[in-house]
Structure formats: C-alpha cells, structure tokens
Design a protein around this ligand. Sequence first.
Ligand code: SF4
Length: 468
Amino acid sequence: MTTPLTQFKSDTKESTVDFDHRKWMQTALKGYENTRGGVEETFGDFDQAKRTGAAIKWEAIENLDTLLEEMTQNLEARGTKICWAGNGAEAVDYILRVAEDCDAKKVIKSKCMTTEEIHLNPAMQKAGMEVVESDLGEFIVQLRGEDPFHFVFPAMHLKRNKISKVFEEKIGSEPSNDPEELCMIARSYMRTKYCEADIGISGANFGVAETGMISITENEGNARLTTSLPKVHIAVMGIEKVIPKLDDLSIMLPLLGTAGAGQWLTGYNSMIGGPRQEGEVDGPEEFHLVLVDNHRTRLLADPEQRDALRCIRCGACLNVCPIFKNIGGHSYGTTYQGPIGSVITPHLRGLQPYKHLSYSSSLCGACSETCPVKIDLHHHLMRNRRDAVVEKGGTMERFAMRQFSKVMARPKLYRSCEGLMRLGEKCWRPLKGKKADPLKAWTQTRELHPPAPKSFHKQWKEKQQGKS
Ligand code: SF4
C-alpha cells in the first residue's frame, strides 16, 4: 500500500540522483536569494521590519475571532456573500452551489494555494466545468497535469524547452525557445478565456478587518482580470490571512515581495471590498468570500505552534532550505512544501502519516532566520518530532534512547562501552551490505566510519602526561 511516507521515499530517491536538476534548482533559488539581499538594504533596518510584520500577524492571530467578524461585517455591508467553511468539503460544496446558481460552464482562476489545498479544480471539472489557471506558472503545471512545484514559483522546475513542448502539445502553438514569445502564447490563449468565463476565482493574500477588504498581490495582472471581468467573483481565503488595519499593508506588502521574490513590491496590488457598487464602471455583479478553516483552528489551539499561522506564504523558507533545494517540491507530496509545509501539514492532514516531513530537515535554522514574520520553524519541526513520538513512539526506539541517555549521563559507563563499540563495529564490518546486515537501512546511503584508533579522552590524557 502506498502511504505518504513510502511515496516520499521513492520520490526523493529519484529526485536526489538527478544532479542536473538539483543544480538547476539551486541556481534558480540562489538567484532569488541574491536579489533579496539587495532589496533588504532599502529597508534600512530589515530586522526591525520583520519584527513589525511578526507583531502585526501576532496581533491578528491572537484576535482572530473578533477581526474576522469585523472584516466580514464590513464586507457584508457592501453586498459580499460570506461562506464560513469548516473544512475543504464545505468550501467546495458552497462554490459548486454558486456555480450551479449562475449556470457556470467556464471558470478562470488566479493563483490560490487554498484552492489547491481543498482540491477545488478536480471537483469543478468533475461537475462539468472548464477551469483555466491564469497565473503563468500555474497554467503551465495545469497543462502538464502536475501539482505546483513551489507554492510561489509553481513551474520553476521547468526549462523553456519543456514549456514550449507542453504548449505545442496542449494548445497547438509553434515551438519557441524565447521566454517572451512563450509568455505571449499563454497570454493570447488566456485573453479569450477571461472574456468567456462565468466565474473568476481568486485567493487573497490578506484580509483587512478595519475596512472589510481583501488584498491580492501578483506580478502578471491576471488576478485583476480574473476578479473584474467575470460576472461572479469568488475569493477563497484561509482564516489566518486577516490583519487588523489597512495601514498594516504598508509593511506586510513590501515584506511579502522582498522575502519571497526579492521585489520591493509585487507588480500589481489590488484591494477588493465587495461586488460592483452603484456608479462603479467595473467589477463583478456578485462577490463571494469563502473563509476556510480546514484544521487551522486546531493549530490555533496549540499555544506552542500557533505562530505558524503567521505565515504569509512568501516562499522564502523554501528558497533557503537545503532539503528543498535537493529534493524539490513534488517530493513532499503536499500542498505546502518546504519547512513551513513540513510544520503545518501534520496539523492539517494528520501527524502520524506526515511526521516524516519533520525529520526531513537538517535543522540548520536557515528557514527561521529568513522568515519575514519570524516563525520559529526549525524548533517547530522538533516539536512535531517530539509530539509524534509522545503520541505513538516505537517501543524499540524508546528503549534504545533510554539506554543511550543512561550511558551518556555516566562518564565511567560511557568509557567502558567504548571497547564494546569497537568490538561491535569489527563484528559488523564483514556483514556490511549483505542480506544479514542489521544496519542496512542506515548504511545503504551513508558511510559508517570506523571508530578512531584512540578515543579523544585517551589522546587528551596522554597529552597531559606528555606521552604525545
Ligand atoms: S514560514 Fe515564513 S518564510 Fe516560510 S513561507 Fe511562511 S512567511 Fe515565508
């Protein structure tokens, strides 16, 4: 039976031996990191900006109930319809009902990871609708039938020739190796899709409680067309995206652009506060906001880890993570990849089936260091490990760790075990790699070095006695 763990193991086995691909990813991610360095300087004190961003999101998460109420009341006052979805199925049901009510056949979407999380596209397609992703990266992976590789740069794993090939096969374009031409192919294909769409679906980067608005930030202008051309606009937003004040965006938007993509600000920033009002020239006739919980309140109830809800999905922790850089996004098998994905997926989908993600980390702390809202990511990975063992630890593992801690806490016992360790290593070596090798799972991909001929303690003692 395939489990998330067995799938992860087989995917990572494949991705880690593809050295060309690893090099390609590392070069691309290094590029974002370098650009970000330059933009950070323009803040004057970037760490202060991060502290401010963290404080804003902290306030939002601590007051989530009242802020959500404030935001929805303001939105409803301007004619927005609100759906409170406890889980993905409720969100999908609501959206399908709206689609049915307006007899929708065609849907255009801008980037929204929450819709990936609730598996909206397959549900809409199953109901007979055509769904087209309008973000270029999302469009490319959609044509390839793949999930996004990185939640900010969904198609970063693909070189131009592969993009050209999928365009050729799926939308009948001429082959091209020119990035501008490839963009134009996608653009001209999508233009008609915007005009034909009955519904536009978007995400929301932030929800502003004070004014009752959602904020969408993007680089291609596709979200603007998605949210304003079709007659019905549905925005899908995780409940943790709310922030208290409009002013807060003055720090959150630059932080988001800088941390993830090394941009001072993303190209287009839109604020949406309801459907088209009287006297306005554009905008949809109907605006629905679907607020998705989907286990976020479970994370909120955990005082140790609730700061993970501060995440603004900038993607910076993926860009610096040595594991992501080598295994790539698809290996995770989750909606949210990288360190933040490894932290929150066990909360969103279950600790036991996804605990392995918290072990796929070097715990170097680069993710926590880079996070613009100061989420303690690498410690959360350790907390997940701890919780997984407390909830369902292996008897052998517990026994081994108990014996290990006993030995490590008693220097005399530790020293007397040295001889045993050397003997054990000598007996094991002839079995190495053979069927009877008890350490096969470990040594298949790692080298077990023989112990040093003399222990450090012995060498030190000899040095003190002037023997060496
Ligand atoms: S955890 Fe921090 S660095 Fe990672 S995506 Fe979220 S905000 Fe960005």
